[in-house]
Design a protein around this ligand. Structure first.
Ligand SMILES: [Cu+2]
Length: 283
C-alpha cells in the first residue's frame, strides 16, 4: 500500500516536471517564431546582413546614417545605398524621403555632378540611389533626409571621401553648344560574346545641375585594332536606346578577347553632335 502510493506520487511529480519542461520549451519556440519574426520586421536589419561595402556612418538629428556602395567610389556611375536608424533605439527608419547632394570644392570653384536620388527598397530596407562622379579627388557627399512623419525639416549628414580616377566618363563640348557627360556603366567585366551595355548621358546646365538627357540617339561601333593597320568590327550589335533617366541600353558583341574600342556617334534630331571612344579589355 505504501509502495503503491509512492509510485502514484512519484508519477505525478515526474509528469509535473515533464509538463513544466514542455511549457518552457514551447515558450522558447514561440518567442523565436513570433518574437523573432516581428523583430526582423522592424529593426533587425543588422550591418552583418547587408551585402554592400560600408563606406562610413555618421549621426545627425538623432538619426544614424550609414552609407554603402558596391566598391570604393570612382569616376563613373556609382550605386549607393543608405540605411537610416534611430540613434537611440537602433530601430531602422524606413519611411523617410532621402536625397543626395554631391559637391566638390576645388578652392576657386565649387561644383556638383550627376546623381539619382535614392528610392526606398522594402526588400533590403535600404534607400538605393546613384552618383556619377566626374572628377577624381575629395568629394563631399551629402545625404539629406526629412523626418516625413514628424516635420518637413531637411536634415543631412556630409560624408567625405576620395574618388578614384577611372576612364568611365567622357566630358564633351558638343556641336550643339552644350557640355555633356557620357558614362559607361557596369559591367566593368566584359566577356567574349554578347554583352549587355549601358550608358548614361547628362548635360551640365549649371555647375550645380546636371540633368539626364533622354532624347539622343547613339550609334555604337565596336572595333578591334589588330595592329599593322588591320582590324575588325563585330556583327549583331544593338545600338543603345533610351530607357529612362538618361540611361541608354543595348548589346555589344566582342568576338575576341583583348582590347576593343567602343566608338559612339551621338546625334540629336538633326545631326551628330558628338563622337567619343571608350577603350575596354575583354578577358
Ligand atoms: Cu572638380
Amino acid at each position: 500500500m505504501s509502495n503503491y502510493s509512492f509510485h502514484i506520487l512519484y508519477g505525478i511529480q515526474e509528469r509535473y516536471v515533464y509538463m513544466k519542461k514542455v511549457i518552457i520549451i514551447t515558450g522558447i519556440l514561440l518567442f523565436f517564431l513570433f518574437g523573432g519574426c516581428s523583430d526582423n520586421g522592424t529593426d533587425s536589419n543588422t550591418e552583418e546582413t547587408i551585402e554592400y561595402t560600408k563606406l562610413d556612418e555618421g549621426y545627425s538629428a538623432g538619426v544614424k546614417v550609414v552609407l554603402y556602395a558596391e566598391q570604393e567610389p570612382f569616376v563613373g556611375y556609382n550605386k549607393f545605398y543608405v540605411a537610416l536608424y534611430d540613434s537611440v533605439s537602433n530601430r531602422q527608419l524606413t519611411d523617410f524621403n532621402v536625397s543626395f547632394a554631391p559637391l566638390m570644392d576645388m578652392g576657386t570653384m565649387v561644383h556638383a555632378c550627376p546623381y539619382e536620388d535614392p528610392v526606398y527598397n522594402s526588400q533590403n530596407k535600404l534607400y538605393a540611389g546613384a552618383c556619377t562622379f566626374i572628377m577624381a579627388g575629395m568629394w563631399t557627399f551629402n545625404v539629406q533626409f526629412d523626418k516625413s512623419l514628424e516635420s518637413s525639416a531637411l536634415y543631412s549628414y556630409s560624408f567625405e571621401f576620395n574618388v578614384q580616377a577611372a576612364s568611365m566618363v567622357k566630358n564633351i563640348d558638343a556641336k550643339d553648344g552644350s557640355k555633356y557627360f557620357i558614362t559607361l556603366m557596369q559591367p566593368e567585366k566584359w566577356q567574349v560574346g554578347m554583352n549587355d551595355i549601358e550608358f548614361c548621358i547628362n548635360t551640365r546646365q549649371t555647375m550645380m545641375n546636371f540633368p539626364a538627357v533622354e532624347t539622343l540617339n547613339i550609334e555604337m561601333d565596336p572595333w578591334m585594332d589588330m595592329g599593322g593597320g588591320t582590324g575588325h568590327g563585330s556583327p549583331n550589335n544593338e545600338n543603345p536606346s533610351h530607357q529612362q533617366n538618361g540611361h541608354y541600353s543595348g548589346k555589344i558583341n566582342f568576338t575576341m578577347s583583348g582590347g576593343w574600342d567602343i566608338n559612339l556617334a551621338v546625334s540629336n534630331a538633326d545631326s551628330v553632335i558628338m563622337e567619343t571612344t571608350f577603350n575596354v579589355t575583354v578577358d
